[in-house]
Design a protein around this ligand. Structure first.
Ligand code: NAP
Length: 250
């Protein structure tokens, strides 16, 4: 029976993927700050789901993560689905700080701990580290400067970790999953261009995790859009106006 740990499983994509894998009969370890949805998942899939509350920015994040791995009996896959982001044209420092804490510090803390776990234990069967980043890392986005920069950081960190794994002969697949807009609580009920439903995104996300592909953009329309963004030179890019993942009251 495969075992997956999902950090950021109390809502949105992480919660959905957790339920899907539990339904398939996998052992699923879920974590986030909010306990109620995690407890419900455990009740819904008895014997398959284990949970812990965990704040990726807290001192005890790694201890709680490792305890969850132990409770689950090991970890074949990690999905890092925790994240936050806001439109922040006023460059509010508190919002910037929260974004950096979760998307940079918390992300690094957990992904780094997962890599070390595999380095120590997973030389026989292959380990998997997958993270949901975003297409927002493609270019700096004016109204979400910190969010887009934090996503670019995640892209780069995962790429570096993949190279390190090769150099250190660590048997682990590193997967960077980059969705476009998805209708989750992060978007706060607002509509965005090319927005996708969780029903549409979940199977694509799960396929990316299972295949262990290095980079997966969801979906093909977003792959085209971001390829075009890359071609735009900076003097033109500064004139582009993008409505991106919007205010969240969390
Ligand atoms: N929705 C989109 O359009 C979109 C597009 C591209 C990429 N993404 C990325 O996809 C990922 C998942 O987001 P989502 O759209 O599914 O949004 P979501 O429903 O808001 O889920 C975010 C998850 O992160 C958890 N989280 C936030 N801060 C945390 C912390 N300090 N410690 C532990 N867990 C924390 C939340 O749980 P608690 O609040 O209970 O802790 C929640 O489970 C994020 O990285 C986001 O940037 C989203």
């Amino acid at each position: 029976m495969k075992r997956i740990i999902i950090i950021g499983a109390s809502s949105g994509m992480g919660q959905r993927v957790a339920a899907d894998f539990a339904r398939l009969g996998w052992r699923v370890g879920v974590a986030a700050r909010t306990e109620e949805p995690l407890r419900k998942l455990k009740e819904q899939y008895p014997g398959r789901v284990e949970y812990t509350t965990l704040d990726v920015t807290a001192e005890d994040a790694v201890d709680r993560f490792y305890n969850l791995i132990e409770t689950l009996g090991g970890m074949d896959y990690l999905l890092y689905a925790a994240g936050c982001g806001w439109r922040n044209p006023e460059l509010d420092r508190a919002l910037d700080r929260r974004t950096l804490d979760v998307n940079v510090i918390g992300f690094t803390t957990i992904v780094n701990a997962a890599y070390k776990y595999y380095k120590d234990t997973a030389n026989v069967t292959r380990g998997h580290i997958a993270a949901i980043t975003s297409v927002a890392g493609t270019k700096g986005i004016g109204i979400s400067a910190t969010y887009s920069a934090s996503k670019r950081y995640q892209w780069t960190y995962l790429q570096a970790l993949d190279q390190l794994a090769h150099q250190q002969h660590v048997n682990v697949a590193i997967t960077d999953i980059r969705p476009g807009f998805v209708d989750t609580p992060l978007l706060n009920g607002n509509s965005y261009p090319l927005e996708m439903s969780i029903d549409y995104v979940a199977p694509r996300l799960e396929k990316a995790i299972l295949r262990g592909k290095r980079v997966a953009v969801i979906d093909s329309r977003w792959a085209v859009v971001t390829a075009l963004w890359r071609l735009i030179p900076d003097p033109l890019w500064r004139k582009v106006s993008i409505e991106i993942e919007k205010d969240d009251t969390k």
